[in-house]
Design a protein around this ligand. Structure first.
Ligand SMILES: [Zn+2]
Length: 579
C-alpha cells in the first residue's frame, strides 16, 4: 500500500527505508527464534518482505540491499531445506542485484555468492563463469581475492578471464536457427546492463497456448515474426523473436537440455511442438516456437512478477490437430465436420486475490486481504454449488499460495470458463474511505481507478497513467477482444445485489458504484469478467466487518445473486438456462 503514497514532497524520510527497516527487524526477531526457523513458509514470508522493498521502491537506497538479503535468506533457507529450488531462488535474487544495480557495492558479493551456489549445485562450469565475471567487472572490489582463490581451486588461471574472444557466428543458416551459445568467455558479460533470460513457461488450452518468457529486466520490445513452412527443407511454420541486449542466464542453461546449438523446451500440445532459445549473437537471444497449427497470435509484455523483472507473453491460437483423419472417398462430397460444441457445463472461475508471500492490503488491525478474499471466495463457491448444481465452480487457489496474474486468467481460459470473478479488498492511505465497488476491464483515465489498478497490479501509478506505456498498448489491443459489453452488466448486477444484501443488516453501506480499470488479472481473460472490491480493509469499521463470517456470507450471497441475474439475462452466452 505504501507504494502508492507518491509525491510526498521534500523533507519526508526516504520512501522505502521504513519498509526496509521493518523487514530487517522482522529478520532479527526471526533468526533468534528456532521454532520459526523450522518452517519453510516463515522463510518465504520474511523473504517476501525484502522482495517487496525492491519491488515497491526500486530507486530507494536500500533496494540493492533488500535483494541481496533476499538472496542470502534463500541460500540460508536451502541449508535447512536442502532444496534445489531454494538455491535457484537465491541465484535469481543475487542475479537481480548484479543486473539491476551493477554499481552497487554488493554486486561483486552477489556474483561471488552465485559462484559459490553453483559449486554447491555441482556445476563447476557455471561457477567459473560467475567468478570470471566478478574478476573482469569488479577488479577493484573486495571480493577479488576470494574469486581468484575459487578459480584456482577449480583449476583455472584467473588471468585468462574474459580475454578469450567469442566464437565466430554462423550466419545465413538454412533455418537461421543454428544458434550459437556465446559461452562463458563471451564478451557480452562485459556489459553489466544486459538482460538475462530466466525461463520459458507455457500453459495449454483447447484453442490456444500461452508462452511466457521471464527476463531479469525490461528490454526494448521486439515483435514476433511468423515464418512460413518451407517444404523443400521440411521445416514447420515457426514464430521467432530476437531479444536485443539479452543473454541466456546460467539458471536458464541449467534448466533445459541443449541440442543443436539451442536450449529446448518440448511442448507438444497440438499447437506448439516446442520452444527453443539460443544465444544468436553475443547480445541477442533468439526464441523460436515450432508450430503444429496456427491461426493467429497475440503478443504483449508485462512488468515483473514471480522472480522476473519483465515478461513477454505470446498467445498462439490455432486448431489442435484432430486425432481422426477424414478420408474422402472418390465420388462423394466431403462432409463438413460438425462444429464440435460439446455440451459443457456452465463454468465459473472464482479468483481469490493475492496469496502466499503476497498478502495484498493489510488492515489497521493486521487483517490480510489474501485471507478475506479466500474466505469470501469459498463462501461464494458453497452458495453457487448449492444453487447451480449443474455448474462447475473452480477456485484459482484453495489455500494460501502465491499465484501469478498471468496464471490466474490462463487457468480460466484453459477451462473455457463462462465467467471469471476476482475477489479483493480495497485499501487506501486515507482511513476514512469506505464502501463497495465492482470493476470491469477497460482503459481508464480516472485517477482513483488507476491508483487502485496500480496497487492490484504491483506497478507505479505513473506507469499505469502513461499513455505510451505497455499496459495501455496491451489494453488497446485487447479492448477489441475482451468481453467488455458482457462484463459491464455483470458488474452492475453484482454490485447492486451486494449493496442490497448488505443494506438489509448493516448501516453505512456505501455504494461506490461500477467502475472500469485496467486490471491485468482481467486482461487476457476471454470470458466476461469482473473484479469486486468487497470493502475497505483500511477502514477500521469495514476491516472488522470483513473479518466476520456473517458479513462474508452476505457478500457472497450478493455476488451469487448478481451472477444469477446476469446468467438469466444471457442464456445464449453460456448456453445455460436458468430454472
Ligand atoms: Zn487486491
Amino acid at each position: 500500500m505504501m507504494g502508492l503514497i507518491i509525491g510526498l514532497g521534500l523533507g519526508a524520510s526516504e520512501p522505502g527505508l521504513d519498509a526496509y527497516q521493518s523487514a530487517e527487524s522482522a529478520y532479527q526477531k526471526f533468526i533468534k527464534n528456532p521454532s520459526q526457523v523450522k518452517y519453510h513458509h516463515n522463510w518465504e514470508k520474511l523473504i517476501a518482505k525484502f522482495d517487496r522493498v525492491a519491488k515497491d521502491y526500486p530507486t530507494c537506497s536500500k533496494a540493492d540491499s533488500a535483494l541481496f538479503k533476499a538472496g542470502k535468506l534463500w541460500w540460508e533457507c536451502s541449508r535447512y531445506s536442502s532444496s534445489r529450488k531454494d538455491k535457484e531462488n537465491a541465484l535469481i535474487a543475487f542475479g537481480k542485484v548484479v543486473n539491476f544495480y551493477p554499481k552497487s557495492s554488493l554486486a561483486d558479493d552477489a556474483l561471488l555468492a552465485r559462484g559459490e551456489i553453483y559449486l554447491e549445485l555441482g556445476d563447476k562450469n557455471l561457477a567459473r563463469q560467475e567468478f570470471e565475471k566478478l574478476i573482469t567487472q569488479y577488479p577493484s572490489g573486495d571480493c577479488l581475492g576470494k574469486a581468484k582463490t575459487q578459480l584456482k581451486k577449480l583449476g583455472y588461471p584467473s588471468s585468462n578471464a574474459g580475454t578469450t574472444p567469442s566464437a565466430p557466428l554462423r550466419k545465413n543458416d538454412a533455418i537461421a536457427l543454428l544458434l550459437q551459445d556465446s559461452g562463458p568467455e563471451s564478451e557480452s558479460y562485459k556489459n553489466s546492463s544486459l538482460t538475462e533470460l530466466i525461463r520459458i513457461r507455457y500453459w495449454s488450452s483447447e484453442s490456444y497456448t500461452r508462452v511466457v518468457i521471464d527476463l531479469t529486466q525490461r528490454i526494448e520490445y521486439t515483435s514476433w515474426h511468423l515464418l512460413k513452412p518451407d517444404p523443400s527443407l521440411g521445416t514447420p511454420p515457426r514464430l521467432y523473436t530476437d531479444l536485443k541486449g539479452t543473454i541466456l542466464s546460467s539458471e536458464f542453461k541449467a534448466q533445459y537440455p541443449y541440442k543443436d546449438n539451442c536450449y529446448e523446451l518440448p511442448i507438444g500440445d497440438g499447437l506448439l511442438k516446442r520452444a527453443r532459445a539460443g544465444q544468436y549473437q553475443p547480445e541477442v537471444v533468439r526464441i523460436v516456437l515450432d508450430i503444429d497449427s496456427i491461426q493467429d497470435f497475440e503478443e504483449f509484455a508485462l512488468p515483473g512478477g514471480e522472480g522476473a523483472g519483465y515478461r513477454l507473453v505470446i498467445d498462439v491460437y490455432g486448431e489442435k490437430k484432430p486425432e481422426i483423419k477424414i478420408i474422402t472417398q472418390p465420388g462423394t462430397t466431403p462432409q463438413p465436420i460438425p462444429a464440435k460444441r460439446p455440451t459443457k457445463p456452465l463454468t465459473i472461475v472464482i479468483d481469490p486475490g493475492h496469496g502466499g508471500g503476497d498478502p495484498g492490503a493489510i488492515g489497521p488491525n493486521k487483517l490480510k486481504e489474501k485471507d478475506i478474499s479466500l474466505a469470501v471466495s469459498k463462501a461464494l463457491e458453497q452458495k453457487l454449488k448449492k444453487e447451480l448444481p449443474e455448474a462447475k465452480i473452480i477456485l484459482t487457489r484453495r489455500d494460501d499460495r502465491e499465484l501469478s496474474l498471468v496464471e490466474r486468467t490462463a487457468k480460466a481460459n484453459a477451462l473455457e470458463a463462462d465467467l471469471f470473478i476476482s475477489i479483493h479488498c480495497n485499501a487506501t492511505p486515507d482511513h476514512n474511505a469506505y464502501g463497495i465497488e465492482t470493476y470491469y476491464l477497460d482503459n481508464t483515465t480516472d485517477r482513483a481507478s488507476l491508483k487502485l489498478a496500480a496497487r492490484e497490479n504491483f506497478v507505479s501509478e505513473q506507469v499505469m497513467s502513461d499513455a505510451g506505456s505497455d499496459i495501455n498498448k496491451i489494453l488497446a489491443d485487447l479492448a477489441t477482444n475482451s468481453k467488455v459489453n458482457e462484463s459491464i452488466p455483470l458488474a452492475h448486477h453484482i454490485q447492486k445485489a451486494m449493496i442490497d444484501e448488505l443494506s438489509k443488516n448493516y448501516s453505512a453501506i456505501k455504494n461506490l458504484g461500477v467502475k472500469k480499470a485496467p486490471f491485468w488479472v482481467l486482461t487476457g481473460a476471454t470470458m466476461p469478467c469482473v473484479l469486486v472490491e468487497l470493502s475497505f480493509i483500511s477502514h477500521p469499521r469495514e476491516e472488522k466487518r470483513l473479518s466476520s463470517p456473517v458479513y462474508q456470507e452476505a457478500l457472497a450471497r450478493g455476488i451469487s445473486l448478481g451472477m444469477k441475474r446476469w446468467l438469466k439475462e444471457n442464456p445464449s452466452l453460456t448456453g445455460w438456462v436458468a430454472n
